[in-house]
Design a protein around this ligand. Structure first.
Ligand code: NAD
Ligand code: IPM
Ligand code: MN
Length: 349
C-alpha cells in the first residue's frame, strides 16, 4: 500500500488547535484505505524560538524536504511580545519554507456555500481561485534601511518580479482556467507600478495567445476589491502577485463566510519539493487556546493536500463532509474540537 510521508507543523496560537482537527479528519478519511500517512511532527514557531533562538535551521529544512507534503497550522507570536525582539517568525519560517521549497503557486480557492450565506446581501454564486505568486514580489526581502532612528531614515522594500517567475505562475493559472470556466483575470496596479505591472500584463497577453478559449481581463487591484464585494461571481481564476494576492484572499475569505473557512496550498507544481497546505488565516492570538477557532480552513486544506497527492476520492469525501457541516451549522458556537468531530461523523455517515 502507498505510504505518504507528511510533515506536520502545528505552529503557534490557534495553529495546534486547528491542526489537531485536520489530523482527525485525515486519519478518518484514510482509515482502512490503501494509503497510509506516515506523519512527522515539527515543533517550529514562536515557542521553539523562545526556547532555542532558532526559527528554521538547515537541519529542519533538510528533514522537511524529505517528506511528500506538509500540513501547517499557523505561525507568528503575539504582536508586541518582547521575547520576539527582532525575530520575524513569518519571514524566518513561513516565507523561508515557501521560498526554499519553491512554492511559486499559492493556490487560494474561494467558494460560497449557499446554505451558509456570508455577509453579502445578494452574493450570487461565488466560486473562484486566486493564483497568488508565492516566491517573488515585495516578499523577497531585498529592501533595506539607512539612517535608522534619525529624521532622515530611508526604508525601502523592493518588489522583485522576474520574467521566469511571472511566466511560470501565469502558465499555471491559464492551465487552471482551462480546467474551470475559462476565465482569467489579471490583478495588478499597472497604472502606477509600470515596470512590474507592465511585465505582468505583457506576459499574460503572450500566454493568452496560446489559450484562445480563455477569456482574459484585467483589473487594477483597488477596483478588484470593489468587485469582490459587489460582483464576486464575475471571477473564475485570478492571477496576481504575492502581496496583492495576500490582501485579496483575506477579503475573499471574509466575503465567502469568514476567514475560518479559507484554505490554501503552497504548491511546487513540478513536485521538485513537497507542497505545503495551510489555512489562509494566521495564529489568531486574540482567540488562541480557547477552542474558539474554526478548524474548517485547516480541514479544507487537507482536502487540497489529498487532491494534490492524487487522492481525489478522499479529497472529495472531505469536501463533501465539510459542505454538509457548513450547510447544517446553526448559530450556536461550537468548540474547535466539536467542529472537527462533527465533520468526522459526517465522513463516517
Ligand atoms: P489572523 O488571521 O491570525 O487573525 C485575524 C482575525 O481573524 C482575528 O480576529 C482572528 O481571531 C480571526 N481568525 C483567524 N482565524 C480564525 C479561525 N480559524 N476561526 C475564527 N476566527 C479566526 O491575522 P493577524 O491577527 O493579522 O495575525 C496574527 C499572527 O499570525 C501574526 O503574527 C501574523 O503574522 C501571523 N500570520 C500567520 C499566517 C500563517 O502562518 N500562514 C497567516 C497570517 C498571519
Ligand atoms: C498568509 C500570511 C503570510 C503572508 C504572512 C504571515 C507572512 O499573511 O499566508 O497569507 O503574507 O503570506
Ligand atoms: Mn495573509
Amino acid at each position: 500500500s502507498r505510504v505518504v510521508k507528511l510533515a506536520v507543523i502545528p505552529g503557534d496560537g490557534i495553529g495546534p488547535e486547528v491542526v489537531a482537527e485536520a489530523e482527525k479528519v485525515l486519519d478518518a478519511v484514510t482509515a482502512g484505505s490503501a494509503v497510509t500517512f506516515d506523519k512527522t511532527r515539527f515543533s517550529l514557531g514562536a515557542a521553539r524560538y523562545f526556547e532555542t533562538g532558532d526559527t528554521l535551521t538547515d537541519a529542519d529544512l533538510d528533514a522537511i524536504r524529505a517528506h511528500d507534503a506538509i500540513l501547517l497550522g499557523a505561525v507568528g507570536g503575539q504582536p508586541g511580545d518582547p521575547r520576539l525582539k527582532d525575530a520575524n517568525i513569518e519571514r524566518g519560517l513561513l516565507l523561508k519554507l515557501r521560498f526554499e521549497l519553491d512554492h511559486y503557486v499559492n493556490l487560494r480557492p474561494s467558494k460560497l456555500y449557499p446554505a451558509f450565506g456570508g455577509p453579502l446581501a445578494n452574493p450570487g454564486e461565488i466560486d473562484f481561485v486566486v493564483v497568488r505568486e508565492g516566491t517573488e514580489g515585495p516578499y523577497v526581502g531585498n529592501g533595506g534601511a539607512i539612517r535608522r532612528g534619525t529624521p532622515h531614515e530611508v526604508a525601502n522594500e523592493t518588489s522583485v518580479n522576474t520574467a521566469f517567475g511571472v511566466e511560470r505562475v501565469v502558465r499555471y493559472a491559464f492551465g487552471l482556467a482551462e480546467r474551470r470556466r475559462q476565465k482569467l483575470t489579471l490583478v495588478h496596479k499597472t497604472n502606477v507600478l509600470v515596470h512590474a505591472g507592465g511585465m505582468w500584463k505583457r506576459i499574460v497577453d503572450e500566454v493568452a495567445r496560446e489559450h484562445p478559449d480563455v477569456a482574459v481581463d484585467y483589473l487594477h487591484v483597488d477596483a478588484a476589491t470593489i468587485f469582490l464585494v459587489t460582483n464576486p461571481g464575475r471571477f473564475d481564476v485570478i492571477v496576481t502577485d504575492n502581496l496583492f494576492g495576500d490582501i485579496l484572499t483575506d477579503l475573499a475569505g471574509a466575503v465567502t463566510g469568514g476567514i475560518g473557512l479559507a484554505a490554501s496550498g503552497n504548491i511546487n507544481p513540478e513536485a521538485a519539493f513537497p507542497s505545503m497546505f495551510e489555512p489562509v488565516h494566521g495564529s489568531a492570538p486574540d482567540i488562541a487556546g480557547q477552542q474558539k477557532a474554526d478548524p474548517t480552513a485547516a480541514i479544507l486544506s487537507v482536502a487540497l493536500l489529498l487532491d494534490h497527492l492524487g487522492l481525489q476520492d478522499e479529497a472529495a469525501a472531505v469536501t463533501r463532509a465539510v459542505e454538509s457541516d457548513i450547510a447544517q451549522r446553526g448559530t450556536t458556537a461550537r468548540t474547535t474540537a466539536a467542529v472537527g468531530d462533527a465533520i468526522v461523523a459526517r465522513l463516517q455517515a
